[in-house]
Ligand binder design. Structure first.
Ligand SMILES: [Zn+2]
Length: 495
């Protein structure tokens, strides 16, 4: 029997979000409980456990899982706590012997004092289990794969869709990379080409955009010339760490030359698309004008404050602009605002009070003072439309102020689907204007039925106008921060 340890560590950080994330933001699952939590789910672990379970001759050893929503940089002490728990669990599990370790990661973590937590953990796990066990890893295409990570684990399987709908598939592919090493005895060789570009915008939507065509071309290389995995990662532009970039990767069964040839083919031409792969934003004034001209249903995307990208979620910039313009159309909007929620609980359902909404986390944002009726109070637990899992928004309040319906949450939550609104008795279809704090959503959630969907050029920790964020750590030059960034192909080899 091959003993395979399964370890999950996932968070995406925006280093421009001023609110540090903490241990409490992570859902930590240890040992066998991981099977109950993840089996059959559309997650990396769900896909991986399915493949390992069907493999035969495999003993699955679920070890440790720490998963958090995107947020600000992880506090140093809290990262150390997770690291120590994870490594202690690995050491304990390794006593029974280890043939392989499967890592289910995102890749865009960052902690104070450690800008490459995934690489740090991979090195430490290798030190515990020794040089023999095979490693493989799944990653998000927004991850920042470092040279240190690749040196320890060249066998990587990366998401191929955005908006992401292939979590389980990526986990399954990572599991197969591990099983292949164990069954066939090869050691992975990886080649990568780093490209100094940050991309955003609609061309990143894989079903319709340029990025999808490049990913399809990369996938077509798999299964030929010993190529077992290819990836084209675009990084998370909001994670300002040293190796932030886009990168092409190819993995083979030990053939470095073939890996290099495939990585070159994956990268070919992508840098030349850099100008087309930037976000198309409309100004706040233009967004207000669309509302004034009654282009309904209208979806105003506030990607600059998207919790799923790591922002704090407490911006009311768009709402404030609509309010100042005296817009009479019905508007549905979310906001993270613990003080407003507390005030609503103190006021009670049916009561009226003046609220100062927004700007409670990120000092970039100004508040909107507004008189509102408390329409509903909740414990912030509701099922997610995307995964069916329970979301935990903390205490929440639904406020009504004239045409505005505002769901205030105590904590940031994923807003790439409509769960928060359904969970509070509101159907986005029934509103003239929806403010959506996500850069993109699966089409059926908003785009399929909206008359117009625009991305608004508001301020925030995850603004698609990445030039405005103030990167200080990532290697320069990089496009579009540096418009004249040059690029020459350089291939790095691992394994
Ligand atoms: Zn992602």
């Amino acid at each position: 029997m091959a003993r395979i340890l399964v370890v999950a560590l996932q968070q995406e950080v925006s280093t421009f979000n001023p609110v540090p994330s903490t241990y409490e933001d992570f859902a930590v699952t240890k040992g066998a409980a991981m099977l109950d939590t993840f089996a059959g789910t559309d997650t990396y672990a769900g896909g991986a456990l399915d493949v390992l379970g069907k493999a035969g001759g495999v003993e699955i050893v679920p070890v440790y899982s720490a998963l958090a929503c995107s947020a600000g940089t992880l506090a140093a002490h809290d990262y150390q706590r997770i690291r120590e728990e994870l490594l202690a669990a690995v050491a304990e599990a390794a006593r029974g012997g280890v043939d392989g370790v499967l890592f289910l990661m995102h890749g865009a973590m960052a902690a104070f004092g450690q800008t490459d937590p995934e690489g740090d953990v991979l090195v430490a796990v290798r030190a515990i289990v020794g040089p023999e066990p095979a490693f493989a890893m799944s990653l998000d295409l927004h991850g920042i794969l470092t040279g240190r990570m690749l040196a320890v684990c060249p066998a990587v399987a990366v998401l191929k869709t955005y908006p992401h709908v292939d979590f389980a598939d990526a986990g399954a592919r990572a599991a197969r990379l591990l099983l292949g090493q164990l069954a066939e005895g090869w050691r992975p060789a990886a080649a990568r080409i780093r490209m100094p570009i940050l991309v955003r915008g609609d061309e990143c939507i894989t079903e319709t955009g340029i990025y999808g065509r490049y990913l399809a071309r990369a996938t077509a290389l798999e299964g030929r010339d010993g190529v077992v995995s290819t990836a084209l990662m675009i990084g998370n532009p909001f994670t300002d760490v040293a190796e932030l970039c886009s990168q092409a990767i190819a993995v083979t069964r030990g053939d470095a030359q073939a890996a290099e040839a495939a990585a070159r083919a994956v990268a070919d031409g992508f840098f030349d698309e850099r100008a087309r792969m930037q976000a198309d934003l409309v100004s706040l004034d233009a967004a207000v004008e669309l509302a004034r001209s009654r282009t309904f249903p209208l979806v105003l995307k506030d990607a600059a404050d998207a919790p799923s990208s790591g922002a704090s979620g407490d911006s009311v910039e768009i709402l404030r602009a609509l309010h100042a313009a005296g817009i009479s159309a019905s508007v549905l909007a979310p906001v993270v605002d613990r003080p407003a929620v507390e005030r609503a609980f103190a006021t009670g359902v049916g009561g009226r009070a003046t609220f100062r909404l927004g700007g409670t986390c990120d000092p970039r944002f100004a508040a909107l003072e507004i008189e509102a009726e408390v329409a509903m109070l909740s414990d912030g637990r509701y099922p997610m439309e995307t995964w069916g899992t329970m979301e935990q928004a903390g205490r929440c309040a639904k406020l009504r102020a004239g045409p505005f319906t505002i769901i205030a949450t105590s904590r940031p939550v994923q807003l790439f689907d409509r769960s928060l609104f359904f969970g509070h008795g509101e159907d986005p279809h029934r509103f003239d204007v929806n403010i959506v704090k996500s850069p993109h959503c699966q089409r059926q959630f908003y785009d399929d039925w909206a008359a117009r969907t625009v991305s608004v050029d508001a301020i925030g920790a995850t603004s698609a106008r990445v030039q405005t964020l103030g990167h200080t750590v990532c290697a320069r030059p990089i496009y579009p921060l540096d418009p004249d960034t040059p690029f020459e192909v350089a291939v790095e080899h691992f394994g």
